[in-house]
Design a protein around this ligand. Structure first.
Ligand SMILES: NC(=O)c1ccc[n+]([C@@H]2O[C@H](COP(=O)([O-])OP(=O)(O)OC[C@H]3O[C@@H](n4cnc5c(N)ncnc54)[C@H](OP(=O)(O)O)[C@@H]3O)[C@@H](O)[C@H]2O)c1
Length: 359
């Protein structure tokens, strides 16, 4: 596949990190920590413009925590919900630093942390991290929610894919996808969907995806889907019936609503449907179809499984757009315009680390 075949989407792989980058990280040295850091935070809920650059104290890693110098942070649709006023945990304490995932290098470790060294490339995911989110130069996060970045990914693409890759892989795993089964990824051109298509294909499934618009459909096909359907089109059911005459074995639902419900009528008896919490409206239960709701988990075991899957599936991470941290509000404006192919990412530090993507 030639890079120029893909418009408006930057792919993160076939690349490997250079020998120099893979060289053993230096032994832990005393790290000179600046007392303050830059972070994109909100002082009140509201439109994208409430997200501004703040100077905030750097978090200190406590027991069991690692301090990560972030290179990139993913921008999630749920971040926009929080910015707009959806707050799931008691009274919000402003300023709130948004962001639930990202990648960077270990800057320091707190007491009782084993298995991470200063300088090591890591990615982490924590929904509403108590010491502030990932739209920041540094984050202190639990080591158990941190994993090693697969060699295949550079830090920009790892930061764009941390929680979405966990969600995609765990959805496909929960569906217990077997070789030659027909799996529909509903919402295949989005941040989770673009990765789920590749994991399902890696496991040997025949993958169908829904996507609307020429560019989105082409992308989903390039990622390995054998059939791409516009779920909003009146012909979609007929197309799925043609592609899966014996019915769908499994569906990963990444958006809800009437178009999804129509597709779910085509799941065969004994088939499976999985969706991550946040998909609304939630898919309706059906007789003789297993319905599984889940949240992405970011434990050591999940990161180890993801590391292997990323390498073996030769995962490519489509980036729809990258913005500097100071322009986080623009990233949210872009998110709100919709039709995002893959994920939006914030580029935080050390631009020299973000190599030109090769495939
Ligand atoms: N609980 C968890 O752990 C967890 C973790 C990650 C994500 N999530 C949830 O998973 C969902 C997907 O996340 P994401 O980051 O992949 O979102 P996303 O990037 O916005 O992708 C959503 C996809 O669904 C499609 N879509 C939206 N509405 C549709 C409709 N009515 N009919 C057909 N297709 C539709 C979109 O295509 P168009 O562009 O064509 O509309 C897009 O491809 C979200 O609800 C998110 O909150 C939950």
């Amino acid at each position: 596949m030639k890079k120029e075949e893909i418009t408006g989407v930057e792919f993160g792989q076939g690349l490997r990190t250079s020998k120099a980058q893979r060289r053993r990280p230096a032994r832990a040295k005393a790290v000179v920590k600046p007392p303050m850091m830059k972070a994109a935070a909100i002082d009140r809920f509201g439109p994208p413009s409430v997200l501004t650059l703040h100077s905030l104290p750097m978090p200190e890693p406590g027991p069991g925590e690692v301090l990560i110098e972030l290179h990139a942070a993913g921008v999630g649709v749920w971040d926009a919900d929080i910015r707009g006023g959806w707050w799931p945990q008691g009274r919000p304490k402003f300023p709130i630093v948004l962001g639930s995932d990202g990648a960077g290098k270990v800057a320091a470790t707190g007491p009782r942390v084993r298995g991470f060294r200063v300088g090591e490339r890591v990615w982490a995911a924590e929904f509403i991290n108590p010491k502030g989110g990932f739209y920041a130069e540094y984050i202190a996060v639990k080591a158990e929610h941190t994993g090693r970045v697969p060699k295949r990914l550079d830090l920009l693409h790892a930061g764009a894919a941390t929680v979405t890759a966990l969600t995609a892989l765990q959805g496909i795993d929960r569906l217990r996808v077997r070789r030659r089964e027909t799996v529909l990824v509903f919402g295949a051109s989005g941040a989770v969907g673009t990765l789920a298509v590749q994991f399902a294909k890696w496991l040997g499934a025949r993958v169908l995806g829904t996507a609307s618009g020429h560019a989105a459909q082409r992308l989903v096909r390039q990622l390995g889907a054998q059939g791409v359907i516009d779920a909003r089109s009146p012909r979609s059911l007929e197309q799925i019936r043609e592609l899966a005459p014996d019915g769908l074995d499994a569906v990963l639902a990444l958006a809800g609503g009437d178009a999804l419900e129509r597709c779910l009528d085509l799941v065969r008896p004994g088939g499976r449907v999985a969706y991550p919490h946040g998909v609304e409206p939630e898919p309706k239960r059906r007789k003789s179809v297993q319905l599984l709701a889940y949240d992405a988990e970011s434990g050591r075991r999940e990161f180890a499984r993801l590391e292997r899957a990323v390498e073996q599936a030769r995962l490519r991470v489509p980036i729809a757009a990258a913005y500097p941290l100071a322009r986080a509000a623009k990233a949210h404006e872009r998110l709100e315009r919709g039709r995002v192919l893959g994920r939006i990412v914030l580029r935080i530090s050390q631009p020299s680390q973000s190599k030109t993507q090769r495939r």
